[in-house]
Design a protein around this ligand. Structure first.
Ligand code: AMP
Ligand code: ZN
Length: 466
């Protein structure tokens, strides 16, 4: 598997620490609002990564956090806790907000056929680990206490700028322009590990700690949860590009300071989805959620197809015109797949040839557009019989997860569906009784109504012909 590694800034051959097993950490959502489709693009990319690794035979353990405390309205340490902001907006407690939006997030994931990570941990449920890590960082001189808070001293970290490739002087200019100065810090890049109530009096979630009642910074949660679940090493760590600095940079500094060795040497980041105006936002312009797309008549998997059409490292601009193209392409593709008849006999050598091409596409830094092309190539190859085609497409769909072989809901009404199903039942009985004249007449009668019956190994399905 060749993947682009943000740390080395090259496409590299990926090798896990333990042969055949991959520890994959993916930063999860801050559950103060619905995810926008930009956030969901990142989770689709991570899902394709997980499934591609599995397709190549790796056993993947994927861990994701749910941020329900400590993430400020800015990625630095200032502003208001996003969760508190959400709670105020809706007149609910932060716990109610976290619960509601976690469920909404999982629901979006499942509609998009994103595999739910084997372990999902709430940030607020792991405070004991953060305290343990912070205590060790203080002991080892990586952290300091100032004005009641505990900060990480970035001047102590080895290669603090390696992941972002940023130049500290340029950063300093950016920081001076945008960040409110926290006088308690030695350097503007130092970041909070633990805040006491002296900083944010209104904080709803707080815990006792050796430094007073307070709450953890945002970055420590991912280090803490990853170390709890994976121990000393992570094989691949993912997120969107905005996570590179400061979030992932700070995760590396804390984790390596605590562990005393290199922690994760493969970092993969998904490029952003922007809207026409630029950065996608939850507060300005149209708040693009999956439910909004559904209310406009799109299927969630139309959006997945739209994402798969371009490479995860290319910035993508969301327009309804492009989503329409994806929707039409997926509908046509599903119809072509449903027209394939399955007799259960697969030509193994042809299967292997195409399957190898598909594996090449996914091993080539997750070339999803090429993976989709493999499906079209299989469909148009006249040398392949239908069963081999179906078998390949079903196999590819383990990664693509577009439900290519499931019965399309063609937008026909319930009554007509019932009528078709009833006719299929009568035809099944006729076939059993060897009354082929009746069976054929039912087939012809339905075809006149543009319903084409498809006899498959697992039973009869149908498609609507144009
Ligand atoms: P958040 O809920 O803000 O913590 O973000 C959740 C995930 O979405 C993170 O991995 C972010 O890097 C990612 N993300 C944020 N904005 C975008 C965007 N416009 N396009 C793609 N991914 C994004
Ligand atoms: Zn994280």
């Amino acid at each position: 598997m060749r993947l682009y590694n943000t740390l080395s800034k090259k496409v590299e051959e990926f090798k896990p620490k333990i042969e055949g097993k991959v520890n994959l950490y993916t930063c999860g959502p801050t559950v103060y609002n619905f995810s926008h489709v930009g956030n969901l693009r990142t989770y689709i990319f991570e899902d394709v990564l997980q499934k591609s690794l599995e397709y190549l035979g790796y056993d993947v353990k994927r861990v994701m956090n749910i941020t329900d405390v400590g993430h400020m309205t800015s990625d630095a340490d200032f502003g208001e806790d996003k969760m508190l902001k959400g709670a105020k907006r809706e007149g609910k407690t932060v716990y109610e907000i976290a619960d509601f939006y976690t469920k909404a997030f999982l629901n979006d994931m499942s509609k998009l056929n994103i595999a739910i990570p084997s372990i999902i941990e709430k940030a607020s449920a792991n405070v004991d680990i953060y305290i343990k890590i912070i205590e060790r960082l203080l002991e080892k001189g990586y952290a300091y206490i100032s004005n009641g808070n505990v900060y990480f001293d970035v001047s102590k970290a080895k290669d603090y700028y390696a992941l972002s490739g940023k130049n500290p002087d340029d950063l300093l200019v950016a920081v001076r322009e945008t960040v409110e100065d926290d006088k308690a810090k030695k350097s503007p890049f130092d970041f909070g590990l633990w805040f006491t109530i002296s900083k944010f009096e209104n904080q709803a979630m707080k815990w006792d700690s050796p430094w007073g009642v307070g709450y953890p910074g945002w970055h420590i949660e991912c280090s803490g949860i990853a170390i709890k679940e994976f121990g000393d090493f992570v094989d691949i760590h993912c997120g969107g590009v905005d996570n590179i600095f400061p979030h992932h940079t700070n995760e590396i500094a804390q984790s390596e300071g605590y562990l005393g060795h290199e922690w994760c040497n493969f970092w993969c980041h998904g490029a952003h989805l922007n809207d026409k105006t630029g950065k996608m936002s939850k507060s300005n312009g149209e708040f693009l959620t999956l439910s909004l797309l559904e209310s406009k008549g799109y299927r969630p998997l139309d959006y997945r197809y739209f994402c798969l059409s371009s490479h995860y490292r290319n910035t993508l601009v969301f327009t309804y015109e492009s989503l329409d193209i994806a929707k039409n392409a997926l509908t046509k593709l599903k119809k072509r797949v449903q027209n394939l008849e399955d007799n259960g006999i697969v030509n193994e050598s042809q299967f292997n040839d195409y399957n190898n091409k598909f594996k090449e596409a996914l091993s080539n830094d997750l070339n999803t557009a090429q993976m989709l092309t493999s499906v079209y190539d299989v469909l148009k190859d006249s040398e392949l019989d239908d069963s081999t085609k179906l078998s390949l497409i079903r196999s590819f769909d383990c990664v693509l997860s577009l439900n290519l072989d499931s019965v399309e809901d063609f937008g026909i009404d319930e009554e007509f569906k019932k009528y078709i199903e009833e006719k299929i039942k009568i035809r099944d009985v006729a076939k059993k009784n060897k009354d082929f004249a009746l069976a054929d007449s039912i087939r012809d009668e339905l075809l006149e109504k543009k319903v084409k019956l498809l006899d498959k190994k697992e039973g009869t399905t149908y498609t609507i012909v144009d």
